[in-house]
Design a protein around this ligand. Structure first.
Ligand code: ADP
Ligand code: MG
Length: 475
């Protein structure tokens, strides 16, 4: 009998505020350890947390963008546990009354099919500090710079049925939070990470199997591999007559395996209770309306608009709207060139490949939108051929100059003077009399040979259409 995988994700998105969720300490990355932890973050006696208004606005934006219910009253709760990186002895989170509940998100897969994934809840909480194991030979350090950094924990329904579906969902959330401007999405710095809950059941069963929770996955590739490994592991255990235990597991990116960390704790282990230092958060509808007015155009709407306004296919439109930076870059090229199709082609092929090769995000692209537009215009007006354009592109990428100066400097412009072309064709025909006879006797496939000869002489710079034309005429 076949097995079915069931996956639910808990995504932690670090909210892009300048100060922490309950204190005025900076959230900037890269500071010396413990230089950005104030008395509140350290949990010193007598201090009181004060909620950062910006995190509220961000959570509400997320709720509105996922069609969720925004709680008119939400409550912060203390989640108690003991750990060296948690000096207060508790984390401030939300438990019974989170700010966002019952949302949904449409996820589109590579093959164009879609699926609606339920969002159980999204709640606000503070991050903990970090234990540093590799700084001192026989001791562990604690860096509390992260303590109190705001997080939005986005909990999905167990609606995903494969590792690929889970990754597609996570990518969609990643794109959404960046569009909303509420999270920078930087996975290497840990601003966007997830815990994957995985179980398996016999196909057709309606009850859920026992799950394992894989902690702290900070790349899409790790999420995919960890889930695939975990599904296979659970199936193997069940098929050999064993049973799954509910536990927390860790993914090892070197071996690609998951291994047990600890037994799963129950909610009552945490002794949740409402934080007496923080007031319940009551939101009025005019506040929510104001937040709604500030929501920018979101990926799904932008994809639709790119299709209708620029005549793009769904696939290209989606690729170009995956990140707001890519979409902005594309629209800047279109504005400067007036060529939506060619702009889409260049960005989704040559530019995407070059960014990928050099490991760059588009906002660090060495080619300005206006430069790509200038290159496109040179193709349109016949100054250079498509083949030459690729050379110019590579040279601009290496910052040897802007497209126009590179074309001039390297003399790459296309040969499209009719008289020159005629002369070149005459020259080629005169030096290959045998082939000319064969052509005239019916071997018209030789046309390509003649074109090739002209291109050879001009190092590929002759206008191919004009060469073809001249050859036809003379032959
Ligand atoms: P906890 O906070 O203890 O991790 P939750 O009930 O909040 O527990 O669930 C966390 C996540 O686990 C959710 O995303 C949910 O969809 C998912 N989940 C719950 N049960 C299962 C299951 N049997 N298989 C896979 N995922 C599950
Ligand atoms: Mg969990």
């Amino acid at each position: 009998m076949a097995w079915e995988a069931v996956v639910g994700l808990e995504i932690h998105a670090q909210l892009a505020t300048r100060s922490k969720i309950f204190s005025g300490a900076s959230t900037a990355v890269g500071a010396e350890p413990n230089r950005q932890a104030c008395a509140i973050d350290l949990g010193l006696p007598g201090v009181l947390p004060v909620l950062n208004e910006v995190v509220l606005r961000m959570a509400v934006m997320f709720g509105l963008a996922t069609n969720a219910t925004i709680a008119p009253c939400s409550i912060f709760a203390r989640k108690n546990y003991f750990y060296p990186d948690l000096p207060k002895g508790y984390q401030i989170s939300q438990y019974e009354s989170p700010i966002v509940e019952h949302g949904e998100l449409e996820v589109e897969f590579d093959d164009g099919s879609t699926k609606c994934i339920g969002i159980t809840r999204a709640h606000l909480e503070e991050d903990a500090g970090k234990s540093v194991h590799d700084l001192f030979p026989s001791e562990t350090g604690v860096d509390l710079n992260r303590a109190g950094v705001p997080l939005l924990e986005i909990v999905s329904e167990p609606d995903m049925r494969s590792a690929a579906e889970a990754v597609a969902y996570m990518r969609t959330i990643h794109s959404l939070v960046r569009y909303l401007g509420i999270c920078d999405g930087n996975m290497e710095e840990g601003s966007f990470r997830c815990d994957a809950n995985v179980s398996v059941r016999r196909s057709g069963d309606s009850a859920l199997g026992i799950r394992a929770e894989i902690k702290n996955l900070n790349s899409f590739r790790f999420v995919e591999r960890a889930i695939e490994y975990e599904v296979a592991r659970q199936i193997e255990i069940l098929e050999s007559g064993g049973s799954i235990i509910q536990e927390t597991r860790q993914y090892d990116s070197v071996t690609g395996e998951t291994r047990a960390m600890r037994g799963k704790e129950e909610a009552n282990d945490y002794r949740y209770f409402p934080d007496p230092d923080l007031l319940p958060v009551e939101l009025q509808s005019d506040y929510i309306d104001r937040v709604r007015d500030g929501i920018p155009e979101l990926p799904a709407a932008k994809t639709q608009r790119f299709m209708s306004q620029y005549g793009l296919g769904r696939r290209d439109a989606r690729r170009l709207t995956l990140s707001p930076d890519t979409a902005d870059y594309y629209e800047a090229v279109v504005r400067a060139s007036g060529q939506p199709k060619l702009a889409a082609n260049w960005i989704t092929t040559d530019l995407a490949a070059a960014l990928n090769r050099d490991g760059l995000e588009i906002y660090r692209c060495p080619i300005e939108p206006t430069e790509l537009a200038a290159l496109i215009n040179c193709i349109i007006d016949g100054t250079i051929s498509g083949t030459m354009a690729k050379k110019v592109f590579a040279a601009v990428w290496r910052r040897e100059g802007d497209p126009i100066s590179i074309i001039e400097k390297q003399d790459l412009s296309q040969v499209s003077d009719p008289e020159t072309i005629d002369n070149l064709v005459d020259q080629v025909l005169a030096s290959h009399p045998a082939q000319v006879d064969q052509y005239r006797a019916g071997k018209t496939k030789l046309l390509g040979f003649f074109v090739g000869q002209v291109m050879k002489i001009t190092r590929g710079q002759a206008n191919p259409e004009m060469v073809n034309h001249a050859l036809h005429r003379k032959l």
